[in-house]
Ligand binder design. Structure first.
Ligand code: ZN
Ligand code: CU
Length: 486
């Protein structure tokens, strides 16, 4: 007898193939039958009218710390996500020094040194979702060189390469950079190239938050493609966007660049989140001595430990209330105690560029959510996947449901090496989501961002029921995965 049979589901198998109606049986963590099932199961579900898809993979996350701090991962499970890729934008929880804060965005106290140690800690905490690791450039550079604004010595570069190699040995899927952030921005192309080369023998990926996403977007794409080409690795362009009104529309040009490179034999894929605002550590976006007023006017405060009362508000309104200029308000926030921990939201993108991204068949979905649950996080943390399915598939018809699911599942798993996942096929791990295609939608907004989405019925992780009708089962079946292995 199987553990679970889901009957009469509309199956979208993750490959992009057309939907069909059938049953899926799950036993011992795996999919054992697809189509017609024989026999019975301990749990049987009638899924008439509902879509059964492979569990969604959030390919761009900063959940390294959240897997330990919030093992229920309710903000991901409730979207139908069963796996997350961590260590993005050059910030990863590994490597770390035990007892010291990690050099990722969570800054939690590390009880590990490397990926093996991190894996043990996460699995002990019984986390709800699977995770795949990228090792981050900012992290290894901080570890070996602090915040120094200079090229590494040969010895430093060698130690940085060793960190990348160890992570790859222990199952990371690749190396990530965040070249707008300190200290990564102090590196030149050659430094990043040397580190990217280390992942080549593992056929890992180079995931990049590029050096520029506004006036020099196209030049930054060139740098990413050059690194991929010279290192001989696949490139993943993170949260593809064109920021700032004068750059809106450029996404089409950079997609054309990617298409040309792919036609030439390069391996390049991208990810996008379906919102016109970005988010990140505020201190990283401003020169405190000379804050950019244009950007300052586009800032909303997400979490602001110094002034909780400002959370959720536009900086320009705070400035007006304080009777100071908006650039003075930037300084006021960032120089306050704990000001450097402020997370902001920047309203700087164009809806048309989101649509261009979503229409492109090499673009996957990644939330880029920052799981600081104390303030008012960007709504992408809770809403990304249902928003694509509701707003862009059902309401606007920007892309088809099968195509959207493929770019949340099989493509994501193939590129990031989630082995035997991302497709509904016999023998694969039973990471599954059952949702109502007529109802699925995001509920989280900038004003009220910590709202779980609607229309997600059931979620299974490694064959175990993690979520049912808005109830989190707390089964904790997630694993830290190894690239192309398990
Ligand atoms: Zn980023
Ligand atoms: Cu990111």
């Amino acid at each position: 007898m199987a553990d679970t049979i889901i009957r009469n589901a509309t199956i979208i198998d993750g490959t992009g193939a057309d939907r069909f109606v059938g049953d899926v049986a799950v036993d011992d963590g795996h999919i054992t039958e697809v189509g017609e099932t024989s026999g019975s199961a301990a749990a049987e579900i009638d899924a008439t009218g509902l879509v059964l898809a492979p569990g969604f993979v959030d390919v761009h996350t900063h959940d390294d710390g959240a897997l330990l701090r919030h093992p229920d991962m309710e903000f991901k499970i409730s979207q139908g996500c069963t796996s997350v890729v961590v260590g993005n934008c050059g910030f990863s929880a590994i490597p770390a020094v035990p007892g010291e804060p990690t050099l990722d965005l969570s800054g939690m106290r590390a009880e590990w040194r490397d990926l093996d140690g991190y894996r043990q800690n996460v699995e002990k905490s019984k986390t709800a979702v699977n995770a795949m690791m990228l090792v981050g450039h900012n992290t290894i550079r901080s570890l070996e060189m602090g915040g120094d604004r200079r090229p590494p010595s040969d010895a430093e570069l060698e130690r940085m390469c060793d960190h990348v190699q160890l992570a790859m040995e222990q199952g990371a899927c690749g190396f990530s950079s965040g070249l707008i952030y300190r200290p990564g921005r102090w590196s030149d192309t050659e430094e990043v190239l040397e580190l990217a080369k280390v992942v080549a023998p593992y056929d890992g990926i180079y995931a990049t938050h590029m050096r520029n996403e506004n006036d020099y977007l196209l030049e930054a794409v060139d740098e990413a493609l050059e690194i991929g080409d010279r290192a001989g690795v696949a490139v993943q362009i993170s949260h593809h966007k064109a920021a700032g009104k004068r750059n809106w529309g450029k996404v089409k040009d950079s997609l054309a660049k990617v298409d040309a490179a792919v036609a030439d034999g390069a391996r390049v894929t991208l990810d996008v989140y379906p919102y016109t605002a970005g988010s990140g550590p505020m201190v990283q976006y401003f020169d405190i001595d000379n804050p950019n007023p244009e950007l300052a006017k586009a800032i909303q405060l997400a979490s602001c430990p110094a002034y909780r009362q400002y959370e959720g508000r536009m900086l320009i309104d705070v400035a007006e209330e304080l009777e100071i200029s908006v650039t003075e308000a930037v300084r006021h926030i960032l120089t306050a105690p704990e000001g450097k921990s402020t997370i902001c939201i920047q309203h700087i993108m164009d809806e048309g560029d989101i649509v261009s991204n979503l229409r492109h068949d090499r673009v996957m979905i990644g939330s880029d959510g920052i799981p600081d649950l104390t303030g008012k996080p960007h709504p992408r943390l809770f809403g990304t996947f249902p928003r694509v399915l509701g707003r862009y598939v059902r309401e606007q018809g920007v892309l088809g449901l099968e195509s959207a699911v493929r770019r949340m599942t099989s493509l994501s798993c193939d590129v990031h090496g989630l082995h035997n996942r991302g497709r509904i096929t016999e023998g694969n791990w039973a990471d599954l989501v059952l949702f109502d295609p007529d109802l699925v939608t995001d509920i989280a907004t900038y004003e009220d961002p910590k709202r779980e989405s609607a229309g997600i019925r059931n979620v299974w992780v490694n064959g175990q029921l993690a979520f049912q009708e808005s109830l989190h089962t707390q089964i904790g079946a997630g694993k830290v995965l190894s690239y192309r292995k398990h």
